[in-house]
Design a protein around this ligand. Structure first.
Ligand code: SAH
Ligand code: SF4
Ligand code: F3S
Length: 475
């Protein structure tokens, strides 16, 4: 297992800072050419890791002189940070690239970059080289710390610039980051995945598991808290195996204990927890903590032992249910959410009934249900018992119905309670309301001043609307 060295880091950081200066001079030239500050638009597909990567890209872009915009049409630089976990994510990117091409025809100085998980697949890069020649820059997941350098190369070349790495053992600390929310932030605690669930492409596009040093994580969080952050989400594909490969191994529970000590930090979340690695120590730390939120995302994927084995999940239905029982006994008010896949090769409708049984027994507060998507290069893609579409659809609809029914039942249980919410934003539908998030991740909408964004308030949960509440601030 590769270890990263901080000496390497510092050299790389200094180098990238030089490239940022150089890139800034190109952006200044562009500003003179177009007569206004150049705008950049970073569009994120996929998971929280990608969202965090986008904040890093935006950090560098703003540092070198771009102003951020959410509108692709008005941007002078558009970057798609892509996801390839299911095929529909890929199709959305191809669909939107056509639109970018038409924008570039109208605005020839428009630069287009593609990065993220999809770009780690050779077939994707080949397709872009062949059919989407107007793209200026392509890079992957392992070298985003080199973004400034890649931008300089892009500004100095007319040809498409492509830089994809198969792996990296480098973790570069302290690059600029531009956060989306002032009061909450994701923090990478580890990168990559070693689990190789047989349906999943993530280990191939994100590489082997690498943990950051606890001191780097803690320093980053302390800095964020000084900057106004009250809630952090610790990110990793399997946070429960955090720290195992560090030079001085640390458990995830130990890391949480240290994060908890940070003064001024009010809430701690994390994702994702693989059931096979969830320790008693973690349950104990969560139970004793005032800051760790009462929410656990615990993907089950399937309920049939035969399918779980073929998925290489390394737990049985019974082990999973016993784990949930242990967690709920320790923390009766905890919300448990999950991910479910329907239509894995060889899955019958009887197998799907096993999944439904798990949903009924666990009583999930929410569950993301996905139709199995065949990912080239994964073991499941070459299994010869792929399930016909109609059968998948039938199973999917059945699971979805039970998931929604149980989630509604769970939500209704909170009626009339007074709970603490972090005020997050103005309600999208009704500007007179604010949207807050409870510790258990549920949303509640209530009248409050805009100035309360980022603050913790006590809210009475007055009316349940299926999966969320409306209420009013008390006290
Ligand atoms: N590391 C996390 C999951 C990351 S991917 C974990 O192990 O739980 C997020 C979710 O996408 C997975 O939990 C899974 O439910 C789903 N997923 C992954 N690959 C998929 C595929 N090939 N088809 C359908 N869903 C998939
Ligand atoms: Fe994919 Fe499994 Fe790794 Fe999650 S744990 S990212 S599902 S291989
Ligand atoms: Fe997608 Fe990559 Fe995340 S494939 S789900 S963006 S790790």
């Amino acid at each position: 297992m590769a270890q990263y060295t901080s000496i390497n880091d510092e050299k790389e950081l200094a180098l990238q800072k030089e490239y940022m200066k150089k890139a800034a001079s190109y952006v200044a030239d562009l500003e003179t050419q177009i007569g206004h500050q150049p705008l950049c638009c970073v569009t994120t597909f996929g998971c929280q890791m990608n969202a965090r990567d986008s904040e890093k890209l935006l950090g560098i872009l703003t540092q070198i002189g771009y102003a951020p915009t959410d509108c692709e049409e008005e941007a002078d630089f558009v970057i798609y940070n892509t996801c390839t976990v299911r095929d529909n994510a890929n199709q959305r990117v191809y669909g939107r690239l056509g639109f970018l091409n038409s924008l570039k025809r109208k605005k020839p100085h428009l630069r287009i970059a593609l990065c993220g998980c999809m770009m780690q697949e050779n077939s994707v890069v080949d397709k872009i080289k062949k059919s989407y020649r107007f793209v200026d820059l392509i890079f992957g997941t392992h070298n985003i710390f080199k973004f400034a350098q890649l931008l300089v190369t892009m500004f100095e070349n007319r040809e498409m610039v492509i830089d994809i790495w198969q792996e990296t053992d480098q973790i570069v600390e302290d690059l600029p980051v531009n956060r989306k929310y002032p009061y909450k932030s994701g923090i990478n605690i580890m990168f990559g995945c070693n689990n190789f669930c047989s349906y999943c492409i993530v280990p191939y596009v994100r590489g082997r598991e690498r943990s950051r040093e606890p001191k780097d994580i803690l320093m980053e969080i302390e800095r964020l808290v000084r900057d106004g952050v009250v809630e952090v989400m610790l990110l990793g594909q399997n946070v429960n195996s955090y720290g195992k490969n560090l030079e001085h191994p640390v458990t995830f529970a130990q890391l949480l204990r240290e994060v908890e000590q940070i003064e001024g930090l009010k809430r701690i979340r994390f994702m994702t927890s693989h059931p096979k690695d969830l320790s008693d120590e973690l349950i104990e730390v969560m139970k004793q903590s005032d800051k760790i939120c009462r929410h656990l995302h615990l993907p089950v994927q399937a309920g049939s032992n035969r399918i779980l084995k073929a998925m290489n999940r390394r737990y049985t239905k019974e082990q999973y249910l016993a784990l949930v029982h242990k967690i709920k006994s320790a923390m009766p008010d905890i919300a448990i959410t999950t991910d479910i896949i329907v239509g894995f090769p060889g899955e019958t409708l009887e197998d799907v009934e096993e999944t439904i049984d798990v949903v009924r027994k666990v009583q999930y507060d929410n569950a993301f249900t996905f139709i199995y998507s065949k990912r080239t290069g994964t073991p499941a893609a070459s299994m010869d018992n792929q399930v016909p579409e109609e059968m998948v659809k039938e199973g999917f609809d059945k699971v979805l119905k039970v998931v929604q029914d149980t989630a509604r039942e769970r939500a209704a249980l909170l009626q009339g309670q007074i709970m603490e919410a972090l005020v997050e934003e103005v309600n999208e539908q009704d500007e007179s309301l604010m949207t807050g998030r409870l510790s258990n991740n549920m949303l509640v909408h209530f009248p409050a001043p805009r100035t309360s964004i980022g603050q913790m308030v006590q809210v009475s949960l007055d009316t349940c609307h299926g999966f969320y509440y409306t209420g009013h601030v008390v006290g």
